[in-house]
Design a protein around this ligand. Structure first.
Ligand code: KG4
Ligand code: ZN
Length: 384
């Protein structure tokens, strides 16, 4: 990005919409004209569906879509009114195209397209993970580049090399469960309810992180010798395999321990759901703390190893799991020790929100333009 904006560049305000999972969110993001800190949040409204899904122990896609339909108009109106603007002040719209639940994505996309058509506005489709990455720029300004950005959410655990603003290259990913998914499954096993990540995080503070020696996520022999690795070409092939993530072994180790201690016979994993609630509060806290230590070490060991090799100038950590208190503290400590600045979003921008979709939308609008209205929701959208 140049230091001087072209003369014809008139900063605009963007209305952003995010409905990929169980939050209906809308935000107004304004361009500042300052290349170092390009965007400012004017409003950021989130209607959470946690209460709708809690009794089912997780997100029910059909209920999520229906709730988005109920909430979307009110959430957009609240975003405009909190920003002190009307539709006339909006210069472009952005909306999450994927990945996510298709029925949920469709609600935001249909709304955005309808509004864009009615008002003659450009609409920018946004990749949800580009949004998480740009939450870092939104909060801190442009990161020192190149940067290694870890995106840890309920659906994804991936490491990106961001060589220049808006240029994201995936260099590692999870081979099985996402870190947030592992949190949610362990929470369900322990009867801690939904959403699981914050509950495990809270209880972990009361437990001993060394009480149980859960195995560090380890790749199987077959995985280790798999032909293609995500970061091949950027990292040496041996390291490209080593920095991939894996959390299903850890989840199984927790399941085995809980079964042993509660005398639950082995069988389908689902049958053990909630049995951990029979354990003492001290044991539950110890399991949470020990599980969390292993997850955080696995995430940070790989991120810092790749960052060192890639010789980056900063590390970013974004996505719902970046709200985790131990991950934040440990990342900051390791950053201090290694002399690498580490950036995490404020808690309000860690979990799903529309402000980050506005940031990624403005980034895309200014680099490649908006495109036309014929894009569709894509449950498994690739990054580029
Ligand atoms: O980014 P996000 O809001 O939605 C997705 O894109 O998936 O991430 C949600 C995930 C959930 O798995 C949730 O349990 C996890 O982030 N999470 C946390 C914490 N807060 C949210 N995990 C660990 N510790 C937390 N404090
Ligand atoms: Zn997310």
């Amino acid at each position: 990005m140049s230091d001087h904006l072209p003369l014809e560049y008139a900063p605009i305000a963007m209305l952003a919409i995010e409905t990929s999972c169980d939050e209906t969110a809308a935000a107004v993001i304004a361009e500042t004209g300052d290349p170092a800190r390009p965007w400012q949040i004017r409003s950021n409204v989130i209607a959470s569906q946690t209460d709708v899904h809690r009794e089912w122990g997780g997100v029910v896609p059909e209920l999520a879509s229906r709730q988005h339909v109920r909430d979307i108009c009110g959430v957009v109106e609240a975003a405009l009114s909190r920003a002190g603007v009307s539709f006339d002040d909006i210069g472009a719209i952005s909306v999450t195209q994927g990945p996510g639940l298709v029925g949920s994505l469709l609600v935001g996309i249909a709304y955005a397209k309808g509004l864009a058509w009615a008002r003659g506005l450009p609409v920018v489709p946004v990749h949800h993970l580009a949004g998480h990455i740009e939450s870092l720029t939104l909060a801190h300004g442009e990161l020192p580049m190149p940067s290694a950005v870890l995106v840890v959410s309920g659906g994804h655990t991936s490491l990106y090399l961001v060589a220049s603003p808006g240029n994201y290259r995936q260099i590692a990913r999870t081979r099985d469960d996402a870190a947030g998914e592992a949190y949610d499954k362990v929470a369900r096993l322990l009867g801690l309810g939904y959403p699981g990540g914050p509950a495990v995080d809270k209880l972990a503070h009361q437990g001993n992180p060394r009480a149980f020696d859960f195995p560090m996520a380890r790749l199987t022999h077959a995985d280790r010798f798999a032909r293609s690795a995500t970061g091949a070409g950027v990292l040496p092939s041996d390291m490209a395999r080593r920095v991939d993530f894996s959390f299903s072994g850890l989840k199984t180790a927790v399941l085995r321990l809980v079964r042993e201690r509660t005398g639950t016979p082995s069988g389908k994993a689902g049958a053990a759901e909630g049995v951990g609630a029979q354990l003492s509060p001290g044991e539950i806290a110890d399991i949470c703390a020990s599980f969390q230590r292993v997850v955080v070490d696995a995430l940070l060991d790989r991120t810092f190893e790749a960052a060192r090799w890639l010789n980056v100038r900063s590390i970013g950590i974004a996505g719902g799991v970046s709200a985790n208190s131990h991950l934040r503290a440990e990342a900051e400590k390791r950053g201090r020790e290694s002399g690498l600045p580490v950036f995490v979003p404020p808690l309000s921008l860690s979990t799903d929100n529309a402000a980050m979709i506005g940031a990624a939308g403005l980034r895309r609008l200014r680099s490649t333009g908006a495109g036309d209205l014929d894009f569709n929701a894509e449950a498994a959208l690739a990054m580029q």
